[in-house]
Design a protein around this ligand. Sequence first.
Ligand code: GLU
Length: 444
Amino acid sequence: MSYVDEVLEKVVAKNPAEPEFHQAVKEVLESLRPVIEANEERYRKEALLERLVEPDRQFKFRVPWVDDKGQVQVNTGYRVQFNNSIGPYKGGLRLHPSVNLGIIKFLGFEQIFKNSLTGLPIGGGKGGSDFDPKGKSDREVMAFCQSFMPELCKYIGADTDVPAGDIGTGAREIGYMFGQYKRIKGLYEGVLTGKGLTYGGSLVRTEATGYGLLYLTREMLKCNGHDIAGKTVVVSGAGNVAIYAIEKAQQMGAKVVTCSDSTGWVYDPEGIDLAALKEIKEVKRARLTEYKNYRPNSEYHEGRGVWTVKCDVALPCATQNELHLEDAKTLVSNGCIAVAEGANMPTTMEATEYLQKNGVLFAPGKAANAGGVATSALEMSQNSERLSWTFEEVDSKLQSIMVNIFHNLDDAAKRYGKEGDYVAGANIAGFEKVANAMLAQGVA
Ligand code: GLU
């Protein structure tokens, strides 16, 4: 049996009931086959793949807090420190009822390669809880965050592990967590990123994932003879990634006609009204059903359906496994030319293969959404030098990082005879740096 197949089998056997983790490992290892085959003897002897798929360590802890009625609630907290061979663990905290260990492990595993692709010195980690901030009062969110941190703070630090936001964790949650960390540890340090601008946050961090997605998408289109200006774009999601992807796409002259949340989706043929969307989601924290009050000519539909809308470019920015094979078939038959993932692993493996086989340019999340964590690393640099950079300075660094990522994965794909396969390119380019660092640092 090939080394890759052997390791895949072990991962499934050793980590039962973690389908998202199996999926993420399979996607990476499958596309690394040519690299592994070229180095099989050494990698086997060093157990490189076995070490890569086993987190350095993982923490699971109880998070009790009191709700507004005086009732005690109990959630489960997680932090998975996956790999720190190229820098301190870095990755967000997801707060969503679906969170379990397998989901955090899939996200942490993806983060290793994503962080490597940024070219910055950050390792891979992820954490979160099954706590749902939706519908909770500010006081309840604070109570949760203040109970989450006394456990989490034992494992993190500016030079060891630096968490940030993800689904459900935004500036409000990071603020409460930072305040509690400072209280417990008595340390004012860059232990979290995505902080508010008055206490160590970086300009552009809020916008970074969405903006970065568009910088990479524009470069991918350009290198394949297309211009983003004038294109019709469909976006899923209505969170931080989706909002700033829509903003940048519009600034680049594209027309974005959809967005979605967990209950339904909006089609606005004249283009999404960004000010309305921001007010609904960022200020009121309300549902997309409200959008029609701002734009009477738009349509609201229950359930899922953004991929049925005819488009040139599709940007899944909601969550994992939200774009299925059927959706991929619809996109292809509607003439879609590019899909770039703003979320982590939003496209199923079958859908990805179908899109690629049918000539759709496909940028995987670990490359396309790396702008968020890259800007987090820039926030860490600013915290270390106790300075803050201007919006233009951070934005121009973000642009170069995203353009570089695209060329790195394009080159890596070409080196292994897989021209245009950006999934393979991203996995190979991300892996090479981490593998070299692991081998150089000995058995650990
Ligand atoms: N949660 C984001 C991601 O998936 C950002 C992580 C960070 O900034 O550390 O990459």
